[in-house]
Design a protein around this ligand. Sequence first.
Ligand SMILES: Nc1ncnc2c1ncn2[C@@H]1O[C@H](COP(=O)(O)OP(=O)(O)OP(=O)(O)O)[C@@H](O)[C@H]1O
Length: 357
Amino acid sequence: MATTEQVMQALRRVIDPELGRDIVSLGMVRDVRVEGDRVSLTVVLTTPACPLTERIEAEVRAALQALPGVREVDLRMSAQVPAHARLQGIEGLAFKNILAVGSGKGGVGKSTVAVNLAVALAGMGAVVGLMDADVYGPNIPEMMGVRRIPAPRDNKIIPAVAYGVRVMSMGFLLPPDQPVIWRGPMLHSAVRQFLTDVDWGMLDYLVVDLPPGTGDVAISLAQLVPLTGAVVVTTPQAVSLSDVGRAVEMFRRLEVPVLGVVENMSGFVCPHCGRETAIFGEDGGRQLAERMGVPFLGRIPLDPRVREGGDAGRPLVIAHPDSPAAQAMRDIARQIAARISVLNLSEPAPSGAPPAR
Ligand SMILES: Nc1ncnc2c1ncn2[C@@H]1O[C@H](COP(=O)(O)OP(=O)(O)OP(=O)(O)O)[C@@H](O)[C@H]1O
């Protein structure tokens, strides 16, 4: 019969490739029990959206089955998302991570990416909120198929829930089709209210859909709370790419780590002949990401079903989960979750974090 010490020793050889350390020293191995020739244990990953779950699971089984005296491995995989160090202990906030989705200019599919990212992460088992901070054109309610929020409770705004995601938008509070002229201080207090007056509950990830460009909302958000990171969405053509450079630069100045660039509307796959046409150019996002020294997270093809799903309030990852665009979105969601884990586990907790002002 193997000893618990031998089991732990064997598991020290299983390295989390993303984090570059063994799963024992990362604290991922729990509840190890050896009973005769049977070993039972739980491996706690740093995100339910881990892109390497199957690989780690296979390596754990192989490592244990190679031990003399082990015939059966009862392995449970679970996940616990680590909190961003600077977000811990801020009174009244229960977010483990805040992720901003931005773009250099409008119409590149930023809200579409934010929606599908949030729904994909929730579908993988994470607790997710989606905050529509695009106050100039709040279209998240429509894209998520929700019209209103529940009545407030205990002086707190209650978010709507759609596809397992808690959703809040200025669109729920404003009369439809009436433009609002936002001034800087009003924007700042609206963003603060969305962070502190909404009963989000404990969230693994709060995804924030920013307005396009490099304006006041992003600045307010970054001043109010420490963001875990930002994702910048672009289309592959040159005009959009120079805009994305500005967006990346803005996040850098705000000291928000850029988790990567997403290239949306990349190529169009003809539904008749299956040939791909690069309508907006080719591979520009990857080249730009390389030039700017930020990760490239992937390409989402142009697919009419993306727009149809958006208009019908059914995000593509729900409406057509097997389509190449939905697969790309899920893959991007996994990569983002993995990068957040890497950032959180490599960053030491600072001595004090600023409260939301
Ligand atoms: N990959 C795609 N294939 C087809 N249509 C897409 C794709 N991505 C987005 N769209 C469509 O493009 C339009 C613009 O997308 P979206 O509203 O997400 O952009 P945005 O960058 O958030 O724009 P803005 O910030 O200006 O509101 C929408 O009709 C959306 O459904």
